[in-house]
Design a protein around this ligand. Structure first.
Ligand SMILES: *Cc1c(COP(=O)(O)O)cnc(C)c1O
Length: 391
């Protein structure tokens, strides 16, 4: 039997992140003491009042289909969030709740891009963006950046990449995998170019709440009505409320785009899980004080990990300004990222993600969303490993 796989599916790259994760899990199952720096999710539990709201919804029988774009109560809570945090005015019909921020990104790309279109993606990028663009039949155009500019694209670089085919620019600040953050002025400058050239911006702001040292996140949609008209903001509950498994994300868009996404969603996934949405309402409308505690803990881990990694001869690492990742440079070790991470896992039982998965082969990604004890142990091992390379 010839199981012909569609061109669309065959064009995808399998996830390196998942391959490393699978290997680490297997080693752990075999009884090995593996330190996991691979996870892209907070290690904290979902706050209790959020879990209770969902449990109550379940107990009350809130278990049926909901409107495909989300319950009115949650869309209103999201509109209130945008007003409160970003001074952005959205009507509930401009907001679509989806099955995770990833699903929101996919919906945006499917609704706005088609064969012949180009989508500009700065690298290092979140690994799903280019694959989603390919699924839509459009072409990813990668803009490389390095640690020299703290992984930020310059306005001139963006301008030079624009062609008559450019449809969408993907912005992710704070960034996964680098932890970099654009200043409000830098965001505005990139937005200005997109407005001037008539290009849409998909702004993935899922790490909005995780910024350090008093830095400020600004949404590109907030600078002017023209910026607002050119932007789709993608967001979710996974990172700020530790709700990765709940599968709840959302977006805010100009009404015609939201309407198109509503149609796509109504024929693909229908609504996000009913009782999870009730948890989402509790998350957005309830107390936010867990965030200060989490941020203090992330800050402590980040500072420690950053100092230790920079003290290892052969590695260098810019400090993160947001999210919960560090992205050390390994060029001086003489290894490319895949070999570096495979050997690190085999020799020292430390799981981390090779930079090539994010379009940057001279780096690897460490997630510090794990305990301080694990971070200390993992970096001791990393140090020992790198010494064997550079001796
Ligand atoms: C985690 C993440 C998302 C969304 O995650 P979901 O679990 O699908 O909500 C989106 N963008 C980036 C950059 C992320 O790191």
């Amino acid at each position: 039997m010839n199981y012909r796989i569609s061109q669309r599916a065959a064009s995808l790259s399998p996830s390196l992140t998942l391959a490393i994760d699978a290997l680490a899990k297997k080693m752990r199952a075999d009884g090995m003491d593996v330190v996991g720096f691979g996870a892209g999710e907070p290690d904290f539990d979902t706050p209790q009042h959020i879990k209770e709201a969902a449990a109550k919804a379940l107990a009350d029988g809130f278990t049926k289909y909901t409107p495909s774009s989300g319950i009115p109560e949650l869309r209103q809570a999201i509109a209130d969030k945008f007003q409160r945090d970003n001074q952005l005015a959205y009507q509930p019909n401009q907001i679509i709740v989806s099955c995770g921020g990833k699903h929101s990104c996919y919906n945006v790309i499917l609704a706005t891009c088609q064969p012949g279109d180009e989508v500009i993606i700065p690298a290092p990028y979140w690994l799903s963006y280019p694959e989603m663009v390919k699924l839509a039949g459009a072409t990813p155009v990668i803009l490389p950046t390095t640690d020299q500019t703290e992984f930020r694209v310059a306005p001139g670089q963006l301008r030079a990449a624009i062609t008559p085919r450019t449809r969408l620019f993907i912005l992710n600040s704070p960034s996964n995998p680098t932890g970099s953050l654009y200043s409000p002025d830098e965001i505005r400058a990139l937005g200005d170019i997109c407005v001037e050239q008539g290009i849409l911006i998909m702004s993935d702001e899922i790490y909005e709440k995780l910024v350090y040292d008093g830095a400020r996140h600004a949404s590109v949609a907030s600078f002017s009505p023209a910026h607002y008209d050119h932007t789709i903001v993608v967001h979710g509950l996974a990172k700020a409320y530790s709700m990765t498994g709940w599968r709840l994300g959302y977006l805010a868009a100009p009404a015609p785009i939201a309407q198109a996404i509503d149609a796509i969603q109504s024929h693909s996934t229908s609504n996000p899980t009913s009782f999870a949405q009730k948890g989402g309402v509790a998350a957005l409308n309830g107390p936010q004080d867990h965030l200060a505690t989490w941020l203090a803990e992330y800050t402590r881990r980040r500072t420690y990990a950053h100092q230790r990694i920079n003290a290892i001869p052969g590695l260098s690492c810019v400090n993160a300004k947001g999210a919960f990742y560090l992205f050390p440079n390994i060029a001086r070790t003489g290894l490319k990222s895949r070999e570096f991470c495979t050997r690190l896992l085999e020799q020292e039982k430390v799981a981390a993600v090779p930079g090539i998965a994010f379009g940057a082969d001279d780096y690897f990604r460490i997630s510090y969303a794990t305990s301080m004890a694990q971070i200390e142990k993992g970096i001791d091992r990393l140090e020992r490993f790198v010494r064997t390379l550079t001796r």
